[in-house]
Design a protein around this ligand. Structure first.
Ligand code: CP
Length: 367
């Protein structure tokens, strides 16, 4: 399927062949990350970031500049009219009329899906809440593919705060496209991968195991993917403080990994990877971040080049049969009272129990 005009809301929206097409294009973009090209000349990209970012925003902006396009936007909500009370919906309606593609980062889950529904230009999700971070996942999969030649068959240890880290859930979704993956999910108690993600892994026949001690799994790992404690997403900051330092990939621990194992991190890292690991042959997190440029160049090129503005005709939310029930996630876009949106819940089975899954934030609601 053509990628022209496509949104990038979640890796779940793409097939394996489409991912491969993005990676092949990223392969060819690698030669141009320090040069200026002109494919996206006269196209404008808007970056609207309501949460802090270094890598995602700057690498998207670099990518657009390298492709010859222009960039507008803001990097914090305080400098936009959101500070005066403007809704996300109205913001998107404005920004789509000024640009050819929108990159959005927002703390509310499902906001990118909602923005894509009401935008006439492609919406690229720069991370929404704890849910999806598809451009990070494309970068991560590209890095693994580049390192090992293929993604199939890899043993991946994912460690840290798996409940709140969108790069972790998004990567788990991405790995569901590949064969013979072994995934070890290591986290402190109560910070494990959310059930909608593990259900997805089961439905895709991804072999996964869960535990609390990385030493139990590191000896088999091809990839050790470390995540940060997402303290900003804890309802009670004291709980985050109590868990500080609970997962540290020391050089000693790394010695137990196979020689060929690579260490990845979505960054920023705080204390979970000490500086001493930077000087080991296993460290790949800075190359991983650098790979974000050819990957984002590839997606921008495939989605935006030759794309047309398609005004959205039906913006008024219409009632559906399940609309009387609400998503239980208060941080879901469908629970933001001033946004013109209605809940969209679908019945699914989880561990033998019938639950409702929100089609915006992906979370489960018990009936
Ligand atoms: N990996 C990542 O999303 O980094 P930023 O928050 O700096 O964009």
């Amino acid at each position: 399927m053509s990628l022209v005009g496509r949104d990038l809301v979640s890796v779940l929206d793409f097939g394996r062949e489409e991912l491969e097409r993005i990676f092949r294009t990223a392969d060819s973009m690698q030669r141009f990350t320090r040069k200026c090209r002109s494919q996206l000349k006269n196209y404008v990209m808007a970056t609207i970031f309501f949460e802090p970012s270094t890598r995602t925003r700057l690498s998207f902006e670099t990518s657009m500049h390298r492709l010859g396009g222009s960039v507008i936007g803001f990097a914090e909500s305080g400098v936009s009219s959101v500070a005066k009370g403007e809704t996300l919906a109205d913001t998107i309606r404005m920004v789509e009329s000024y640009s050819d593609v929108i990159v959005l980062r927002h703390k509310v889950e499902g906001s990118a899906r909602f923005a894509a529904e009401i935008s006439g230009v492609p919406v690229l999700n720069g991370g929404d809440g704890s849910q999806h971070h598809p451009s990070q996942t494309l970068t991560d999969l590209f890095t693994i593919r580049k390192e090992f030649g293929e993604i199939d068959g890899r043993n991946i240890l994912l460690m840290g705060d798996l409940q709140h880290t969108r790069s972790a859930s998004s990567l788990a979704y991405g790995l569901g496209h590949y064969k013979a993956i072994t995934l070890s999910l290591v986290s402190p108690p109560n910070l494990g991968m959310r059930p909608e993600v593990t259900d997805y892994l089961e439905n895709r026949d991804v072999k996964y195991q869960e535990g609390q001690d990385p030493a139990d799994f590191i000896g088999e790992a091809d990839v050790i993917y470390v995540t940060r404690l997402q303290k900003e997403r804890f309802p009670d900051p004291k709980k985050a403080e109590a868990l500080k330092g609970s997962y540290i990939l020391t050089r000693e621990l790394l010695k137990r990994a196979p020689k060929h194992a690579i260490v990845m991190h979505h960054l920023p890292r705080i204390e979970e990877i000490p500086l001493e690991v930077d000087y080991t042959p296993n460290a790949r997190y800075f190359q991983q971040a650098a790979n974000g440029v050819p990957v984002r160049m590839a997606f921008l090129y495939l989605s935006v080049y030759h794309s047309k503005y398609h005004p959205v005709k039906q913006r008024e939310p219409t009632l559906r049969s399940s609309d009387t029930r609400r998503c239980a996630n208060s941080n879901c876009i469908s629970n933001q009272p001033r946004e013109p949106i209605l809940p969209m819940l679908k019945e699914v089975m989880s561990k033998g129990e019938r639950v409702l899954q929100c089609q915006y934030c992906g979370r489960y609601t018990k009936e």
